[in-house]
Design a protein around this ligand. Structure first.
Ligand code: 6U4
Ligand code: NA
Ligand code: NA
Length: 158
């Protein structure tokens, strides 16, 4: 796999709720997701996670409060790109979610998630995250709607 791109994805938890944002532009537009984006060359993965969360929702977290719960690897039929997505959760944060240029944030009850308007893989791996598991998930897509195959392996630690 020649072209690997590193991304972050952050989820804030508050009791039985999770903060998602409706993406307003670019990759994943019109889908609900956590907050995140590309890791820039000058920053660590954690720094990117903190920055993207703030840029997209105006929420603030300390780097040490982010718990890395998953690695997700997305590959695409007949495309040499791999997306390596590092997933973080935390219950410790400051601020009130605000709509930004990129995302419109909203708290969802974890029993009432909008899976039909999320990435198809989310319905497969969210249950692991919501049960507090750590895992590596690999998803091979054809286009952006069809998962040809996937694996999920639980990990002792990330
Ligand atoms: P700009 O250029 O600022 O719009 P940037 O915010 O750096 O982009 P973006 O938003 O394109 O990056 O990053 C994609 C986001 O979507 C990351 O948080 C990872 C996440 N993501 C990508 N594919 C996903 C998938 N199949 N399932 C999922 N999240 C995915 O749950
Ligand atoms: Na983003
Ligand atoms: Na961004």
């Amino acid at each position: 796999m020649s072209l690997t791109k590193l991304f972050t994805l952050v989820f804030l938890r508050k009791e039985d709720q999770i903060l998602l944002g409706l993406k307003k532009r670019g990759f994943g537009m019109n889908k609900w997701n956590g907050f995140g984006g590309k890791v820039e060359p000058h920053e660590t993965i954690i720094e990117a996670a903190v920055r993207e969360l703030s840029e997209e929702s105006r929420m603030t977290v300390k780097p040490s409060d982010l718990i890395n719960i998953a690695h997700l690897e997305f590959t695409f039929h007949e495309e040499p790109v791999m997306m390596d997505v590092r997933v973080f959760v935390t219950k410790t944060f400051e601020g009130t979610p605000k709509e930004t240029e990129e995302m419109a944030p909203k708290w969802f009850n974890i029993k009432d998630l909008p899976f039909s308007k999320m990435w198809p893989d989310d319905e497969i791996w969210f249950p692991y995250m919501l049960e507090g598991k750590k895992f590596v998930g690999k998803f091979h897509y054809k286009g952006f709607d069809t998962i040809l195959h996937h694996t999920i392996e639980e990990q002792e630690s990330m």
